[in-house]
Design a protein around this ligand. Structure first.
Ligand SMILES: [Zn+2]
Length: 201
């Protein structure tokens, strides 16, 4: 149990010792920046870092079953990034968070959806309303065009979130997952203002 709370290696770089070493903490302290993806996401996308170094390490570690410490830390990073975007006027204050959809089976294998856990750890109102239907294949080995076709119509929404919302995901690559999520929410009348991801690949 203690290991779950105090992992013996840095989640960012793997160095033995603290949950995050001082160098990785500094890397993670950057401000969120605007990202342009190949697929039009319909609303602005902001990312907190590259899919490399400490940011990549955090994303991989938060998918580990039961890595609660890293999910809590990533939640704090997300909250700080959202506060920064609020201060810059990029998103409205107090917008709710909608985790990008994952397949239920993979979420279960990871001990709950890590992106949803990070949203909740950010201390923000979280509406976990998006799901991927069973027909959705694993995205990781598909091209951008195939990803978009694979996702089109397969994002399901279990309820329209009230007020302004921001869609949150761990990584943006082609933008196809965010496009499908935002398009679904907008079609149902939700007020989607932006997407925020931990990393941009
Ligand atoms: Zn480190």
């Amino acid at each position: 149990m203690l290991e779950l709370i105090l992992p013996r290696r840095c989640a960012g770089c793997g160095e033995a010792g603290l949950m995050l070493c001082a160098r990785c903490v500094r890397q993670l302290a950057g401000v969120p920046f605007r990202v342009t993806s190949p697929v039009d996401t319909l609303v602005p996308v902001f990312s907190m870092g590259p899919y490399a170094g400490a940011h990549r390490g955090i994303v991989l570690a938060m998918k580990e079953r039961g890595n609660l410490a890293v999910r809590a830390y990533a939640g704090s990073l997300l909250d700080a990034a959202l506060a920064h975007l609020e201060a810059r006027g990029e998103i409205p204050e107090g917008a709710g968070l909608v985790p990008a959809p994952t397949r239920a089976a993979s979420a279960r294998a990871r001990g709950g959806d890590p992106v949803e856990a990070v949203c909740r750890n950010a201390g923000r109102t979280t509406h976990a309303v998006l799901r991927l239907s069973h027909a959705a294949r694993d995205q990781s080995e598909l091209s951008a065009a195939d990803r978009r076709a694979n996702l089109a119509g397969r994002v399901q929404c279990t309820g329209v979130p009230p007020g302004s919302v921001v869609v949150v995901d761990d990584v943006v690559t082609t933008g196809s997952t965010l496009h499908a999520s935002v398009a679904k929410l907008l079609a149902l009348g939700a007020d989607v203002r932006a997407c925020v991801t931990l990393c941009a690949a």
